[in-house]
Design a protein around this ligand. Sequence first.
Ligand SMILES: NC(=O)c1ccc[n+]([C@@H]2O[C@H](COP(=O)([O-])OP(=O)(O)OC[C@H]3O[C@@H](n4cnc5c(N)ncnc54)[C@H](O)[C@@H]3O)[C@@H](O)[C@H]2O)c1
Length: 391
Amino acid sequence: MEKIRIGVIGIGDISDVYLNNLKKYDAVEVVACASRGLEKAQRKAAQHGIPKAYASGAEVIADPDIDLILNLTTPQAHYEYNLAALKAGKHVYTEKPLAMTYEQGKELVSLAREKGLLIGCAPDTFLGGRLQNIRELIDSGKLGRITGGGAYFVGHGHEFHHPAPAFFYQPGAGPLYDMGPYYMTALLSLLGPVKRVCAMTTKAGETRTVPSGPSKGQVLPVDVDTHINAILEFACGSIVTLTCSFDVWDSELPRMELYGTEGTVLIDEKDPISGPNLFGGDTLLRTPAQYRWADPERRPENVETPWTVVPNAHPFNSVSHEENPRGIGLVDMVYAMHNHRAPRASGDMALHSLEVMECILKSAHEHVFCEPETTFERPAPLPLDFPNSEN
Ligand SMILES: NC(=O)c1ccc[n+]([C@@H]2O[C@H](COP(=O)([O-])OP(=O)(O)OC[C@H]3O[C@@H](n4cnc5c(N)ncnc54)[C@H](O)[C@@H]3O)[C@@H](O)[C@H]2O)c1
């Protein structure tokens, strides 16, 4: 199988994770990287043994030796480069969100379709062991029908750990567009498309001051809502509460849980920047037999009911921040291309996610229910022996 040659645009904080992971897969080869300065690109190229370095995204896109553009720029530059790459006949895999607006996303997905190119989008964390394990529980019927759920991301913003956090408070990011896609994509991959949305939003303040790191003391304008509460009604009938907030100093969240007629499944994280944005971890389950109020012996004492850890044979289930397999969605897309099947981290699912996020803001700002017009096919489960399962 011929390797797909990748050109990377944007070589900031997340780029090493991708560049280290992509080296593990024979199906792909990173042949060029670009930054807004040649020196920075040359340093990154030398660090990872990448043959070519360019001073601009436009130069990578123009390189005839590149088949696919991996867009790791900040969200505000996603649309511009994704569009230019497709126009130049390159496949695209982009960090989230697909674009800043639904209209832009729609243009990208239809252009890709028109030109017979693939466009895929992060997050690919739904391909991780834990969410695939939950997928198996749902598909096997062990949870029964999913009546509802809660997906709660809360923290106090990325300025506590990111070297250049200004973009997180600009349109295209904020807690909804930055962290929301992880929770949204997890839910979409498990439950399918959303039918209807209502929401309310607010923000704690108009500016934030970076507390530490290289940008310490910088005052960041906050041009996005930073506390979002939404209710999502899925086409399958489930009703899920979604909270995304950069306004919470500390709490027992984040977590994500789904309520089935045959049990409750939980993703419980104490680290405020983990959850469905990481690949692995325990799948915790409580069944009707464990229900505290079903047992008269235990009822008066408010006894803590233990969670059962569901056995998990799925790959990509590490909880380590170091073993962070970001990029498997891209690798899956490359195999999809060779094997003429649908990619899992697809443009269609990312477009639906983007539209639902826009619906959340529309509902909050205009005080209306909002119904997305897009839909998508739920991605197939990831085989246990991926990528060996591919030819
Ligand atoms: N940092 C993380 O932990 C993390 C995790 C998962 C996903 N992401 C996503 O990855 C993307 C990048 O995030 P990051 O944290 O690496 O950001 P960053 O600011 O550290 O890096 C962004 C890079 O893009 C380049 N860039 C920005 N605008 C550009 C333009 N117009 N032309 C050319 N280059 C441009 C910057 O020079 C920089 O090299 C975002 O979409 C983010 O949501 C980040």
